[in-house]
Design a protein around this ligand. Structure first.
Ligand SMILES: [Zn+2]
Ligand SMILES: [Zn+2]
Length: 312
């Protein structure tokens, strides 16, 4: 049996985009137009301008080819010392396709007794036909239990350039695997969350979608994308009990599945293909690392008991 991860199915384009960034509409130093022109110059297809607590559909550089994906970032403070909070990016379709938020609609920061008290914020996002993305859990001082308390989370950042550059918090993969081992179907994103120009362009997703918000949202819901800081992934599939990844030249390829330590292969800048045997797992995903240390992550292929029975 052959199962391709959803990013590598179908004949749609593979768009490049950033789901999380800031401008002078909240606390970043560049204007929305400057930020849009920076991403357009870097060859991005789409960008969500997710300023804190203010919704945006507008393009501030309509003469560029850069598509604006509607969105914003909401936050809730949790109790305790230090930085302890939940940040959610809300991403939506076009207004005429049922997006319930308005341009420049403003929201308040919420004080929550615990992560479960964030559920009304999630409901607000869902009722507006938007998709929530759990942001930078390590920076927010979250436990995996706090993400587990939010059952509707289907997207989370596993790379956030701002946190990596400013705080050295460079991967959230451990959170991801804890959720996946627990049976949660969560897809992983790489974003910039840039507040300064030098934080922009370091982490992005490649999405199998047409260049409009509805198609991109649909692909995000289905996991038809991969996350990267540079390397390219050409295919990721399971053929019976063997997982295969095809990618640009890298030095490390790792596979991760249910409670199995990384199965890692290393080589000096030559590997663009790797296969590992797998069995009796509910998911498998792959990570690759190039010679500059830049990573890329496939989304998981999810499996069930019936799949493994069919191979017996
Ligand atoms: Zn945030
Ligand atoms: Zn942010």
């Amino acid at each position: 049996m052959l199962i391709h991860q959803a990013a590598f199915e179908g004949g749609r384009p593979l768009l490049k985009g950033n789901l999380h960034c800031h401008t002078t509409r909240s606390d970043a130093i560049s204007s929305p137009e400057t930020v849009m022109r920076q991403y357009a110059a870097m060859g991005y297809d789409f960008l969500a301008l997710t300023d804190h607590r203010i919704y945006n559909y507008a393009s501030y550089a309509p003469d560029t080819d850069l598509l604006v994906l509607p969105g914003m970032e909401l936050d809730a403070g949790l109790p305790g010392p230090g930085c302890h909070c939940v940040h959610l990016v809300s991403l939506g379709p076009e207004r005429e396709k049922g997006n319930g938020f308005a341009q420049d609609q403003r929201f308040d920061s919420v004080k929550a007794a615990d992560a479960a008290a964030v559920l009304p914020m999630l409901r607000t996002i869902r009722e507006a036909n938007n998709l929530p993305m759990f942001c930078h859990p390590e920076w927010s001082g979250n436990t995996a239990q706090e993400i587990l308390a939010l059952p509707e989370i289907g997207l989370m950042e596993i790379w956030n350039s701002g946190c990596a550059v400013e705080n050295g918090l460079d991967t959230h993969g451990a959170y991801w695997d804890e959720l996946l081992c627990g049976g949660r179907k969560v897809f992983g994103t790489a974003t910039d969350d840039g507040h300064h120009p030098y934080q922009n362009g370091l982490g992005y997703i490649r999405v199998r979608a047409e260049k409009n918000p509805s198609s991109i949202l649909d692909a995000l819901r289905r996991g038809a994308f991969y996350a990267s800081c540079g390397p390219e992934i050409y295919d990721f599939y399971l053929e019976d009990d063997k997982a295969v990844v095809l990618c640009s030249p890298v030095e490390t390829i790792r596979f991760r599945h249910f409670r199995v330590p990384y199965m890692e292969r290393k080589g000096p800048g030559v590997m663009g293909h790797q296969t590992v045997p797998v069995k009796n797992t509910n998911y498998i995903r792959a990570e690759i690392v190039d010679a500059q240390g830049r990573m890329a992550w496939t989304n998981p292929i999810f499996l069930d008991e019936a799949y493994w029975k069919s191979l017996e």
